[in-house]
Design a protein around this ligand. Structure first.
Ligand code: ZN
Length: 337
C-alpha cells in the first residue's frame, strides 16, 4: 500500500525513502477507493482528487494514475475534433511553437542523435500524434524518412499548408493495427496522457515497430513533489485536466507501463523542473506573462550548457532530478526486444 502527502485536497503518492522528515503528515488513506470492472478491465485504487465530474485514481491494476470514468471514444472524438486545437489554451499553439522553433529544433536534433546512436543509422520514423508536424520537418531536413499521423483534421491541415508536409495524414492510432509497414522509430510526444487505454496503445505501437526498433515517448511528470509544494501558491491543481489528460505518469510508475518481455528501457530522464518558478513566487498558473517569462529564463539557463558544450553535464543534473521524481516531463526511449 502506498503512502500519500496531502495539500489543498489533493493526495500525492510518495516513494519510499524520498521523504524521511518525521514532522510531515503522511497519509495511508485518501478520500476513498474505487473498484470497478469495465470493458474487461478492473480499475481499483485510492482516489487522489476530484476535478469536474472526474475522480483521479491511483490505479493499482494499471500501475499509473488515471481518471475515472475513462471518457468514451465518442467523448474523446468530439473533444479532439471540435475543441482541442480550437480551445483558448491551444489557440496559439502553432504560432508559439513557430516562434520557439530554434529552441525546439535543438531538442529535436538531440533526440534524433540519441535514436541514431541506438540504431546506428537514419531510418524510418512515424510520429504518432504529430500535431502541426514540426518534428517531422526537422527529421526530414536531417535525412530521416519521417511520416506522421494525428486524429485532428485541423492540425493536419496546418501541417500540409503551413509546413508543406506531404507524409502526414488524419488517422487515429487505433487504425495503425491495419498498417503493413514497420518502422525503425516510433515517436510520440505528449500523447499517452490523452489516450483512453495506454496498454492497448503500446501493444499497437509494438506491432508496427521493427525488431530492435525504438519507441520514444514523452509525457508530463505529474503528482510530483514540486507540484505538491506549489499548491500553496497556486491553490488549484492546474495539471489535472480531464478529459484532456486522462492519465498521469510519475517517474517511478513509467517503468511499470512497459512490458519487460517486449521492451527494454534504453533511456529515461526528465526535463527542467519548471515548477521551481512557482516555488520562487512566480505564479505562472495565474499569470500568463509569468509563464512566458519562466519559459524564457529556463531556456536562458539551458543555453549556458550549450555555449560551453556541457550538454552531458546538463543531462546529469536532470537525471538527478528525475531520480527524485522531479522534472516537468518524462522522456523515455525503449527498444523492442
Ligand atoms: Zn486502471
Amino acid at each position: 500500500m502506498r503512502n500519500y502527502l496531502k495539500n489543498k485536497n489533493i493526495f500525492f503518492p510518495i516513494d519510499k525513502n524520498f521523504i524521511r522528515d518525521k514532522r510531515l503528515k503522511i497519509f495511508k488513506k485518501t478520500f476513498g477507493r474505487i473498484n470497478v470492472f469495465a470493458k474487461n478491465k478492473r480499475h481499483r485504487g485510492n482516489i487522489l482528487a476530484s476535478v469536474n465530474k472526474f475522480k483521479i485514481i491511483d490505479c493499482e491494476n494499471c500501475n499509473f494514475i488515471h481518471s475515472w470514468p475513462i471518457p468514451s471514444k465518442q467523448d474523446l472524438d468530439n473533444f479532439y475534433e471540435k475543441q482541442f486545437y480550437e480551445s483558448n489554451r491551444k489557440k496559439d499553439y502553432f504560432s508559439n511553437q513557430k516562434r520557439q522553433i530554434k529552441w525546439w529544433d535543438k531538442i529535436f536534433l538531440n533526440r534524433l542523435e540519441k535514436f541514431e546512436d541506438i540504431i546506428k543509422k537514419k531510418g524510418s520514423i512515424i510520429d504518432v500524434g504529430c500535431g502541426p508536424g514540426f518534428f517531422i520537418k526537422t527529421a526530414q531536413k536531417n535525412g530521416w524518412k519521417a511520416h506522421g499521423i494525428d486524429p485532428s483534421p485541423s492540425v493536419i491541415k496546418i501541417a500540409k499548408q503551413k509546413l508543406k508536409l506531404k507524409n502526414v495524414k488524419i488517422m487515429d492510432y487505433q487504425d495503425l493495427v491495419y498498417e503493413k509497414k514497420k518502422y525503425d522509430i516510433i515517436y510520440s510526444n505528449g500523447v499517452i496522457e490523452h489516450i483512453a487505454d495506454p496498454k492497448k496503445f503500446l501493444n499497437i505501437l509494438y506491432k508496427i515497430l521493427k525488431k530492435r526498433g525504438i519507441l520514444f515517448l514523452s509525457a508530463a511528470n505529474d503528482f510530483n513533489i514540486f507540484q505538491y509544494m506549489s499548491l500553496k501558491t497556486t491553490k488549484k491543481p492546474w495539471w489535472i485536466v480531464p478529459p484532456e489528460h486522462i492519465n498521469y505518469f510519475r517517474v517511478s510508475d513509467i517503468n511499470k507501463v512497459f512490458n519487460k518481455k517486449k521492451f527494454k528501457i534504453k533511456y529515461l530522464n526528465t526535463t527542467f523542473p519548471i515548477e521551481v518558478f512557482l516555488l520562487m513566487g512566480d505564479n505562472y498558473v495565474k499569470n500568463k506573462k509569468l509563464g512566458k517569462l519562466s519559459h524564457f529564463k529556463r531556456t536562458a539557463f539551458e543555453k549556458n550548457f550549450e555555449k560551453l558544450e556541457m550538454l552531458n553535464y546538463r543531462e546529469q543534473i536532470y537525471k538527478n532530478f528525475s531520480d527524485l521524481g522531479l522534472g516537468r516531463a518524462i522522456e523515455v526511449i525503449v527498444q523492442k526486444k
